[in-house]
Design a protein around this ligand. Structure first.
Ligand SMILES: *[C@@H]1O[C@H](CO)[C@@H](O)[C@H](O)[C@H]1NC(C)=O
Length: 181
């Protein structure tokens, strides 16, 4: 009978000793969702600060997305030493982004994922978009931030059609930041 408890014990131990199994991405969309993701990875994992990251994700567009007024909102919470909302600093953190402008301003990263890379931009049509190694530059806020930023994070990325005011997608994420060695 004692063996029955072993998985729970292992789980509790891993929660407290800070061991980390890697970043996670999970769909949290509702019945109105027009997009979802199948797999996601971030490199390096854990994320190193200071340093930049590169993300890969398979984005599945179920129904054509908005042609404009298409927003992506990140709500980010740091888990240690206590839960706190991460502010939006220099476009990193709990920020809101205009998806169509991001695509238009980073065509070299996004266009290869489009079914026809020459027809790249909004509205994104129903299809699977394999985003590979999309670089995200993390501003270097200085050495003092190494200890402030290190730790576990959880967040929610929601996609909104601002014209109709509806949420059209949701991705739950977890990751960890460690000091760059
Ligand atoms: C991150 O990327 C930016 C812009 O490409 C670059 O200036 C910076 O040196 C990079 N930071 C690190 C730590 O590699």
């Amino acid at each position: 009978m004692a063996l029955f408890y072993l998985p729970f014990l292992l789980f509790s131990v891993s929660q407290f000793d800070g061991s980390y199994a890697g970043a996670t991405f999970a769909d949290c969309g509702d019945a109105n969702k027009r997009l979802t993701i199948s797999t996601g990875t971030v490199k390096p994992d854990p994320i190193q600060y200071p340093g930049n990251i590169s993300a890969s994700v398979d984005l599945i567009v179920l129904k054509d997305l908005p042609a404009d007024n298409f927003e992506m909102k990140l709500d980010l919470t740091k888990l240690q030493p206590r839960k706190m909302t991460v502010p939006c600093l220099q476009d990193i953190g709990s920020c809101t982004y205009d998806v169509c402008s991001i695509i238009n301003n980073h065509k070299e990263s996004f266009c290869p994922a489009f079914p026809d890379p020459t027809k790249c931009g909004c509205p994104m049509k129903a299809a699977t978009y394999s985003l590979k190694n999309v670089g995200v530059a993390i501003p270097n806020f200085g050495e003092i931030f190494v200890n402030i930023l290190k730790g576990g994070y959880e967040g929610k990325i929601t996609f909104h059609d601002k014209s109709s005011g509806t949420e059209i997608g949701c991705v739950a994420i977890t990751f960890e930041i460690v000091p760059a060695s």
